[in-house]
Design a protein around this ligand. Structure first.
Ligand code: ARG
Length: 292
């Protein structure tokens, strides 16, 4: 031990980058709502400015591009009928959390969005999914992220911390609370993306120091996004386990995902960023297979 070589130089083994694991896609079932009545008329988050005009046709064609991208990857997309007077209804992720065939309905913080919850409940009922009526404020998959057998739950701006315990009780899955601290990242799905059952990407500075520790403990291999990519809504992404659909502008994150074995698919959805949302916000996933 500790013996010095008595001749020449020591050759260190060449560090080979570990090969990225093979990533497998699983077919998903999504609910989306067309931006028929999309507009920015109030300020629910720092991205919204009613003085900036919205191009609804552009929003519709960008949104249709996302639907087409999911369908071309073999995913099922069911449409929720848009409600008049509900300019944010395109953000279907906020309408519920569905895990193991059980659903927790949403209870929106802002009165402007509250009527959306019942419209989601009706569609889920048509699809044979009974919805538990929530007691505490929660904005569905905006603040709840399913990672394998675990649910990560954001709080700080929208979803009440008490709703985390409520989700655990209703759905029978462990829920881990995470504290959000930056108003630009007001929902969990703006600063953390689920890539597969054991992998996430995130922007650490959007979380309290203690919550950062929690994420690092649970996901030592988490992919970290730059602030520029997080501000480009790069983490508002949807993955099927292999393909990761994310805003085209998040170029560093796309490269890092590719290096980790994923296939980034760039989506242009900047018209919806005027309301503070992108790919994930438009997408509610229905997980109907029962859990053990
Ligand atoms: N304007 C909407 C709101 O502030 C955007 C919602 C975005 N949805 C999401 N899942 N982050 O409520």
């Amino acid at each position: 031990m500790g013996a010095r070589p008595d001749h020449g130089s020591v050759t260190f083994p060449v560090q080979q980058a570990a090969p990225a694991p093979e990533r497998t896609a699983r077919t998903r079932h999504f609910v989306m709502c067309p931006p028929t009545h999309f507009d920015v008329v109030s300020v629910l988050n720092p991205w919204m400015d009613p003085a900036v005009p919205v191009d609804r046709d552009r929003a519709m064609s960008q949104w249709s591009g996302l639907v087409a991208a999911y369908q071309s990857l073999g995913h099922r997309v069911d449409l929720l009928a848009p409600g008049p007077g509900l300019p944010d209804m395109v953000f279907a992720a906020n309408g519920a959390l569905v895990v193991g065939g059980r659903a927790l309905g949403a209870a929106f913080l802002h009165p402007e969005r509250r009527p959306e919850a019942a419209l989601h409940r009706e569609l889920l009922a048509e699809l044979g999914i009974a919805v538990h009526e929530p007691v505490h404020t929660n904005e569905g998959e905006g603040d709840f992220a399913v990672v394998g057998d675990l649910v990560l739950a954001g709080t700080g701006f929208r979803t009440d911390r008490a709703a985390h315990a409520e989700a655990q009780e209703v759905l029978g899955v462990p829920v881990v609370s995470l504290q959000l601290v930056d108003p630009r990242f007001y929902h969990l799905d703006t600063c953390l993306a689920v890539l597969d059952d054991t992998t996430v990407a995130w922007f650490p500075a959007a979380f309290s120091a203690s919550s950062q520790q929690v994420v690092r403990t649970l996901f030592p291999g988490a992919v970290e996004a730059t602030e520029a990519d997080a501000l480009a809504f790069g983490l508002n992404a949807v993955s099927d386990g292999r393909h990761v659909l994310l805003p085209v502008a998040a170029t560093t994150l796309a490269a890092d995902l590719r290096a980790a074995g994923f296939e980034p698919v760039g989506i242009e959805l900047d018209e919806l960023v005027k309301a503070g949302g992108s790919v994930k916000c438009c997408t509610l996933e229905l997980r109907q297979e029962e859990r053990a």
